[in-house]
Design a binder for this molecule. Structure first.
Ligand code: MLT
Length: 402
């Protein structure tokens, strides 16, 4: 069990007349879990030591499944937003015996002095909850009013990797690990992964503005932009908004068309599923599409990773992304306007979401574009067949700097 995870047993006195863990008891259990993390970390007297107190400003709880007396619930707590005097924790409770998500809570605290004035968040509290949400190479970078979690590796000319929906930067691990000689930048888009998930304000334009601001903050003027599927749609939006900052384009398993009326209706249905069934319902919906008819062709570890990422995605981020996907414009005119732009279009031969003919259609309007079809790969080619994809990318990047 990780240090920020807490296991608590459900007792009969916390349950209602039907034997379920009562909705009101959840708040108490979430609070117990937070205190447990504080007790194990900076100590329960942390607030009195700093002469501050955390006041709850807002709590949003979602109930997903029942729990019964004797069930052990595993509580996980992550700081998903840190302001100067406030912070937001996202907590989840999963039933240990079958790993079912039972409830999730987003809770905003404001730190106040004994006189009730807002006061900076004490560093040990940030350490207790926030350092654990950024494992490995992840860093927090504040842009456009949100904190993005960003994996940054290496030195050299920059490549920005933009993940698909509803995933996170980790889908680029083989490229982040393998493309030496380049500064590899892989953010979690707002609402996904470990980045902040504001309630509102999701669109391809917002994602693109976030990433342009991220490049500026990192001192990168111009980058190779590499997007997979929805990441491709964000890349097209960056091209529309700031073509001068795009050194070259790599599109993986994506398409330039806007959604048809039928796909838009399907997006609305998916949003309904997300509202009713939460991220688990989205995982059930997306996984067969990603690994369509080929579950045994893709490593179980990859399928498990993708499910884990999807079920951890905040509601606001999921719903926001679905709306952004539905409302995105057609991008053929954007690509046609880029007659000089070096472009590499990669597609999994078995990709059913954005099949090879969609990739061919993009290359057809990009005179400086080349197409690479990856045998045996589906919609997540860069993860499923990393060696073949890295070889294609390396060749393209070498030609670019030659
Ligand atoms: C993705 O993989 O990013 C999505 O499947 C894209 C889409 O649904 O259009």
């Amino acid at each position: 069990m990780a240090p920020h995870e807490v296991d608590l047993t459900v007792y009969p006195d916390e349950c209602d007349a039907y034997g379920h863990l009562n909705q009101a008891s959840f708040l108490a259990l979430f609070e117990r879990a937070r205190w447990e993390v504080i007790a194990r970390g900076p100590g329960m007297d942390i607030f009195t030591r700093h002469d501050v107190w955390p006041a709850v400003r807002k709590a949003t709880i979602e109930y997903h499944a029942q729990a019964y007396p004797g069930d052990i619930l595993r509580f996980t707590q992550n700081m998903v937003h840190l302001g100067r005097t406030s912070f937001t924790l996202r907590q989840t409770a999963r039933r240990l015996r079958d790993d079912t998500l039972v409830a999730s809570l987003e809770i905003i605290f404001v730190m106040v002095s004994p006189q009730g004035a807002p006061t900076p968040v004490p560093e040990p509290i940030v350490q207790a909850f926030a350092d654990r949400i950024l494992p490995g190479n992840l860093r927090r970078v504040a842009v456009n009013g949100v904190n993005l979690a960003v994996d940054i590796r290496g030195r050299g000319p920059a490549i920005l990797f933009i993940h698909g929906y509803p995933l996170d930067h980790a889908m680029w691990e083989p490229q982040l690990a393998g493309l030496d000689g380049w500064l590899r930048i892989a953010p979690d888009l707002r609402g996904m992964g470990q980045s902040d998930a504001p309630d509102l304000g999701y669109s391809m334009a917002t994602y693109a503005d976030d990433l342009l601001a991220l490049l500026t903050t990192l001192g990168v003027d111009k980058a190779v932009i590499c997007g997979l599927s929805m990441g491709g749609y964000v890349a097209f939006e960056m091209l529309r908004r700031a073509p001068e900052r795009v050194r070259a384009l790599i599109v993986v398993d994506s398409r330039a068309e806007a959604d048809t009326a039928e796909i838009r209706r399907a997006r609305d249905a998916e949003a309904g599923k997300a509202r009713e069934g939460g991220p688990d319902a989205i995982a059930d919906n997306m996984l067969p599409k990603f690994f369509d008819n080929r579950p045994t062709a893709v490593d179980q570890a990859i399928q498990d990773q993708i499910r884990r990422v999807i079920v951890a995605t905040p509601y606001a981020g999921l719903l926001g992304a679905i709306g952004a996907l539905r409302d995105r414009p057609d991008s053929f005119a954007t690509l046609r306007a880029q007659q000089e732009l070096p472009a590499l279009v990669i597609v999994g031969e078995e990709d059913k979401i954005t099949p090879p003919e969609r990739a061919q259609a993009m290359v057809d309007v990009l005179p400086n574009g080349e197409l690479v079809v990856i045998p045996g790969a589906g919609h997540l080619a860069s993860l499923e067949r990393p060696d073949a994809v890295n070889t294609a990318m390396r060749g393209f990047l070498e030609r670019l700097v030659r």
